[in-house]
Design a protein around this ligand. Sequence first.
Ligand code: HEM
Length: 202
Amino acid sequence: MQKHFLKPLVFISGLLPAVILAWQFYADRLGANPIDEITDGTGTWTLRFLLITLMATPLKRLFGWGWPLHVRRMLGLFAFFYATLHLFTYLWLDQFFDWGEIGTDILKRPFITVGMLAFVLLLPLAMTSTRAMMRRLGRNWKALHQLAYVVPLLGVLHYWWLVKADVREPLVYGVVLIVLLAFRVRRGKVAVRTAARDRCAS
Ligand code: HEM
């Protein structure tokens, strides 16, 4: 794919779910409970973008596709964008910035606690996503960005906890995440073995 088309294409595609949701809201097509629909839509897209971002490296390793790596940062920032919309839908449209109620919710409802934790851990990832921060943090950048696996894990848990009975959808996201994590662990083991072999040979 032409490199200069890739970023605009991914950018427009990433914005599309938000544009569709906004249009559906404006056109009164979100059913009886539009706030629930917006919360669910933005939450689902946060989780999807988190998982899509994690697919870039496996796609390169398995199929030699380099292009997902060129847009990985943008995809991660879209996850943050949808998470922010999701959080603000809750804070504003659901709770009307009633901080007492919000505090009680965070302490008393485990799925909100976990969602909030996921958002808090997503913040440093978004804030250190620039090349300048990557250079400044050096090795620590890689360590910090391991959180990219913890955040979707908390996201799946958050989803699992809130659906109560029918866990099929969070299960699908959970399985995708486990496959991606398994790939990561396997790659880590191979790297350790290769380093040990190189040390023995030298
Ligand atoms: C990275 C962070 C987060 C992810 C990945 C995430 C993901 C999701 C998902 C997938 C859903 C369900 C969508 C559906 O039912 O189709 C959801 C619902 C919800 N989330 Fe989050 N969420 C996150 C953070 C938060 C935060 C910070 C809050 C509030 C403090 C929050 C509050 C809610 C609420 C109130 C619902 C709707 C519950 C219901 O339908 O009864 N989430 N979220």
